[in-house]
Design a protein around this ligand. Structure first.
Ligand code: SAM
Length: 265
């Protein structure tokens, strides 16, 4: 069995609830200090989208999983947000949240925190309403295909966002770089890519699933962006404190990258 088919088989056991529990509840989602990883991620996104430079008609989020936190600052700047995931269970979790079904994961502390750091005094319910209204398409995706959505996205997206997906679905650095090049084809020339991801991670848990991750360093991310034709605009990294090394993965840190596709391809 190839590593890719082993990965696909692993994802059949991915449990969205367990994944959310492992990563999006305390201690990682502790909003009392930006030393914790979730507020750090939300700060990177809020500051980058606050520049107003990244905007347009469509933003596509690659490998959304069962999470919406990554879209909270972005959603103010696009008419439509397209969420995507390989797994039907994750797409269904997102649809349930977008419809406001009872019993879905409670993202309200995240939304409140983002409204606070954006500092515009916006009621959090207003942001929640806007994201739900703009999250109109939730599509299947496979980043290992040269056409990740199965058909070209026309017109191409003005921005691409992806959080903790490409390294978590790639057996090695070459596959990670290829996956980045595949998803970059969804982006228009001049469009922006915003990436969050794991550094130095070899596995993570999501219920019965133990998913292998390609351990990346900062140089790997920079080289993959360069190889996919992006110009790097911003790079930040975060070292995972000992208190957040809870055993749900072996991540060393997190990277945040903002890159841009040149106007001429
Ligand atoms: N974006 C979310 C976050 O920030 O927490 C979820 C990231 S989770 C670590 C990785 C996601 O990649 C999962 O939702 C999984 O279903 C998805 N995935 C698995 N195989 C994939 C593939 N071949 N193409 C795209 N996404 C895939």
């Amino acid at each position: 069995m190839s590593s890719l088919s082993a990965l696909r088989e692993g994802y059949e056991r991915f449990d969205p609830r367990a994944y959310l529990h492992n990563n999006y509840l305390p201690p990682r989602a502790d909003f009392s200090s930006e030393e914790f990883v979730v507020p750090w991620k939300l700060r990177c996104l809020a500051e980058t989208f606050a520049t107003g430079e990244i905007h347009g008609r469509t933003l596509i989020d690659v490998g959304s999983g069962p999470t919406i936190y990554q879209l909270l600052s972005a959603c103010d700047h696009f008419e439509e947000i397209v969420a995507t995931d390989y797994l039907a269970v994750n797409r269904e979790e997102l649809r349930r949240w977008a419809r406001g079904d009872p019993g879905t994961f409670d993202w309200s502390p995240f939304i409140q925190h983002v409204c606070k750091i954006e500092g515009r005094g916006e009621p959090w319910q207003e942001k929640e309403r806007r994201l739900r209204a703009r999250l109109r398409r939730i599509l299947p995706i496979d980043v290992h295909r040269s056409e990740p959505l199965g058909a070209p996205l026309r017109p191409r997206a003005d921005a691409l966002l992806s959080a903790f997906c490409l390294e978590a679905v790639s057996p090695d650095r070459a596959a990670f770089a290829r996956a980045l090049a595949h998803v970059s084809s969804l982006l228009r020339p001049g469009g922006h890519a915003v990436l969050l991801g794991a550094l130095g991670e070899s596995f993570y848990l999501a219920g019965a699933a133990r998913l292998p991750v390609v351990p990346l360093d900062e140089g790997d991310v920079r080289r993959a962006l360069d190889g996919a034709g992006f110009v790097l605009r911003q790079f930040r990294s975060y070292a995972m404190p000992a208190a957040l090394r809870t055993g749900v993965d072996d991540v060393d840190g997190v990277f945040f990258a903002h890159a841009q596709k040149p106007l001429e391809e």
